[in-house]
Design a protein around this ligand. Structure first.
Ligand code: PLP
Length: 450
């Protein structure tokens, strides 16, 4: 209709202005051709030409509740009409209620919540708390990980985005985590991979000096780095190592948390209680920027009589926390976390495994809930990736292009296509996405050497 035509015209104008005035993240400014999105609803977005795309990216794995959920939109409008902003020292009703709802869903005694503006600053503050709690400086993290774009967070990040940001002063030390398909330990099965990964971590700690290490930060299921679901026993093993050396265990659940894996938090699959959990994204589906740190009683007690030296103007912002309250309540009322678990177990997981069996370009599919990666290879025998680690390739661009042409917007990283629809996604929508992936993977198959 007319409003849609207006939206398209606005989209064209927006693109022109974007190319003139907007400075984009992680990009060579002159070499990009960003996609315009003019509207979104549920599991779909509409691009600048009016094409409908199934959103298997969830906008950086973020809109767990889907686009434009009416209860969340209404809660933001209602809060805006009442009280748009208030400084963090004052009690505010939305923040108090959001903190309660989050604390009730975190495991163990992580009963206190510090709110931030997003994931990276949640990581910054979790690390600061761990350092002050232990009086130590170093922080260990996985090579294959992403923890955010700010200074400490990007240096903890294991992927190549760290390289140009590393000045050697961050105190970050990296280790290899379990990833059987590309095992750093020459392991034959998950159990051996798990055992060797834990031995490697233990040895690294011995060599670095246990009394110098404040924290281990670990994505419970690494997201951007490839959705490597940890083998049974790995996270419990990390917990045991942390306990042995007095190291703080930070679970980064910015991407995996709030229903994405089919549990409120991914650690719940493994019966493990970290000392700190960082979260963002799914906490309110990104409708208003929000992140935070859930804090154990022991770490909170460190700052009972001594001030915590940190804060943010927008910590617990009313619009953001009102959106979190509405999101969590809607997820509970509409059984959205259960839907993510069921979709993963019954529709998306089996569908992706079927694609893996039929397409030689698929080295492996991995995931749980609505959190899956398709690992594309140029050679199934050597497992040579379809794009190099840290880079892109013409072949990958062609595959991603085929997804978009056929109406699917995936999350893409190096040689991987991730299937991460909203937790609210329906069975038919998933089948539609699988059919488009089937077509796109046929394009990938043409690049396979054997
Ligand atoms: N941690 C993890 C696991 C993430 O996936 C991300 C973002 O993708 C971040 C931290 C950083 O979050 P933000 O981009 O909100 O700063």
């Amino acid at each position: 209709g007319q409003t849609f035509d207006t939206a398209l015209a606005q989209g064209r104008r927006a693109y022109e202005l974007d190319r003139k005035h907007v400075f984009h993240s992680w990009s060579a400014q002159a070499k990009i051709d960003p996609m315009t999105i003019v509207a979104a609803q549920g599991s779909y977005v509409w691009d600048g030409e009016g094409n409908r795309l199934l959103d298997f990216s969830s906008q950086m794995v973020n809109t767990n509740i889907g686009h434009q959920h009416p209860k969340v939109v209404a809660a933001i409008a209602e809060q805006a009409a009442t009280l748009c902003t208030i400084a963090p020292p004052h009690v505010n009703a939305a923040r108090s209620e959001a903190a309660r709802l989050i604390a009730e869903r975190t495991p163990g005694d992580l009963n206190r919540v510090f709110f931030t503006n997003g994931g990276a600053d949640a990581v910054e503050h979790a690390v600061r708390m761990a350092r002050l709690h232990t009086g130590r400086y170093k922080v260990l993290s996985r090579y294959r990980s992403y923890h955010g774009g700010t200074d400490t967070a990007i240096n903890l990040t294991g992927d190549p985005r760290r390289w140009p940001n590393d000045y050697g002063t961050s105190g970050a030390v990296h280790f290899d985590g379990p990833f059987l398909y590309r095992s750093a330990f020459h392991a034959f099965d998950e159990q051996q991979e798990c055992q060797r990964a834990l031995e490697h971590l233990d040895r690294l700690i011995a060599m670095e000096g246990p009394t110098t290490i404040a924290a281990i930060i670990l994505e419970s299921v690494p997201g951007t780095a490839g959705i490597m679901v940890p083998p049974a026993g790995y996270l419990a093993g990390v917990r045991e190592i942390c306990d042995r050396y007095g190291i703080v265990y930070i679970a980064d659940e910015v991407m995996a948390g709030f229903g994405r894996t089919g549990e409120w938090f991914a650690v719940n699959h493994f019966d493990v209680t970290p000392d700190l959990i960082t979260f963002a994204k799914g906490v309110n589906s990104g409708y208003v920027p929000l992140g935070g740190v859930a804090i154990s009683e022991a770490i909170a007690a460190t700052f009972a009589d001594r001030p915590y030296p940190g804060g943010l103007t927008y910590s617990g912002h009313p619009l953001a926390t009102a959106a979190a309250v509405a999101t969590i309540n809607a997820m509970e009322d509409e059984q959205i976390v259960q839907n993510a678990a069921r979709i993963g177990a019954d529709v998306l997981g089996p569908g992706l495994r079927d694609l893996a069996a039929r397409h030689p370009s698929v080295g492996e599919v991995r995931g749980l809930g609505v959190f899956w990666a398709i690992e594309l290879v140029a050679d199934p025998a050597t497992r040579e990736p379809l794009a190099p680690y840290g880079g892109t390739s013409a072949a990958m661009n062609e595959v991603v292009g085929a997804c978009k042409t056929n109406g699917l917007l995936p999350f893409v990283n190096f040689n991987r296509i991730h299937a991460a629809p909203p937790c609210t996604v329906g069975d038919d929508e998933v089948r539609e996405g699988l059919a488009i992936l089937d077509t796109a993977l046929s394009v990938a198959d043409r690049h396979v050497v054997h």
